[in-house]
Design a protein around this ligand. Structure first.
Ligand code: NAD
Ligand code: ZN
Ligand code: ZN
Length: 345
């Protein structure tokens, strides 16, 4: 089969690899129908995720058809259409029992990271019963690619951890796919205002179409001043960090109102200053989370019923064999006006 293989920082190729086979009875082999590229894959390509070693097939999102299942798999059979979760989980360990699949003792984020991933014609999914989700017949399968990672990430790490409530003023820093997924799912709770902050005007325009009530280009204006003006100098009830750099987490600390919640989503590579000298008395909560994908079944229903329409995030289509071109497009997102790229087999 063909697959996208990482060969060290800045080096990748679309090359021949052996088709995966079952290793454990709980495995399934899935034929990829559609996959995509995540911001995290770009981090991997830069060499920011050193656990990813030479020869690894990357990718942790996609939908496909079950090709083969191990004797221990009871929820799926050959021919079933499935969403692949970016998180692999056994469903049985102490963390899984708490719904914390991201820290599963036998899984977690391993796909396209510690084991071969989904940017390939076939992928092996361990613990298939708990790591795949059945796609109802007649679904828009392309839209469901967003259930592998970005929708549960925005919802769990941003909206649930940030405790968004009706009437809240919410700020989302970062209007990439994750920030937009947060924007879409925050609206389940009817906040009064959703302020999107980014440095890319195109992405801010997209955010407006998806329901942002205010947008701020923080490269062009002072975001703190603007937010304080918008909120009578109180700040926001919920500040969600969806970039992963020190300055955006610092911004969240500057705009948070007393009693507010700062929910971090971004993957950080550097330490960030925690301003307890101003925050100690403000009754705030700061949360962090690796996506668990426990809400994927619920989110699937909201996509099915068109309460949210994540297909609108798709800006580019490629064949799987054009994946190198797709990386160039996604890697130049501002110039290419790219949000989510879909690769089809
Ligand atoms: N916690 C988790 O489980 C989890 C899961 C998936 C992704 N992530 C992380 O979420 C973050 C966002 O992912 P994405 O795919 O949307 O990434 P992305 O790179 O596509 O989007 C980031 C956005 O931030 C904007 N930005 C960059 N610097 C900025 C600044 N100083 N001020 C304001 N905006 C700025 C960019 O213009 C871009 O639109 C990444 O760090 C990613 O690794 C976390
Ligand atoms: Zn991802
Ligand atoms: Zn587990």
């Amino acid at each position: 089969m063909k697959a996208l293989v990482y060969h060290g920082p800045g080096q990748k190729s679309w090359e021949e690899k052996p088709k995966p086979g079952l290793i454990s009875p709980s495995d399934a082999i899935v034929k990829i129908l559609k996959t995509t590229i995540c911001g995290t894959d770009l981090h991997i390509m830069k060499g920011d995720v050193p656990e990813v070693t030479d020869g690894r097939i990357i990718g942790h999102e996609g939908v496909g058809i079950v090709e083969e299942v191990g004797t221990g798999v009871s929820n799926f059979k050959k021919g079933d259409h499935v969403v692949i979760s970016c998180i692999t989980s056994c469903g049985k360990c102490a963390y899984c029992k708490k719904g914390m699949y991201s820290h599963c003792a036998h899984g977690g984020w391993i796909l396209g990271h510690l084991i071969d991933g989904t940017q390939a014609e076939y992928v092996r999914i361990p613990h298939a019963d708990n790591s795949l989700y059945a796609i109802p017949a007649g679904s828009d399968e392309e839209a469901l690619v967003m259930l592998s990672d970005i929708l549960p990430t925005g919802f769990e790490c941003g909206v649930l951890n940030g405790q968004v409530k009706p009437g809240d003023v919410v700020a989302i820093v970062g209007a990439g796919p994750i920030g937009i997924a947060t924007l879409l799912t925050a609206q389940f709770y009817t906040p009064a205002e959703i302020i999107m902050i980014d440095q890319d005007d195109n992405r801010l325009e997209v955010a407006k179409k998806f329901g942002a009530t205010q947008t701020i280009n923080s490269a062009a204006e002072n975001a703190v001043e603007r937010i304080m003006n918008l909120t009578d100098n109180i700040g926001v009830d919920v500040a969600i960090e969806a970039v992963g750099v020190p300055e955006t987490f610092e911004l969240c600390q500057e705009i948070i109102a007393p009693g507010g919640h700062i929910a971090n989503i971004g993957v950080h590579g550097k330490s960030v200053c925690l301003h307890l000298e101003t925050l100690w008395s403000k009754n705030i909560t700061i949360t962090t989370r690796l996506v668990d994908t426990v809400t994927s079944p619920m989110l699937l229903k909201t996509v099915q019923s068109k309460k949210i329409e994540p297909a609108k995030l798709i800006t580019h289509h490629f064949r799987l064999g054009q994946i190198i071109e797709a990386y160039d497009t996604f890697g130049n997102a501002a110039k290419e006006k790219a949000l989510k790229v879909i690769l089809s087999s």
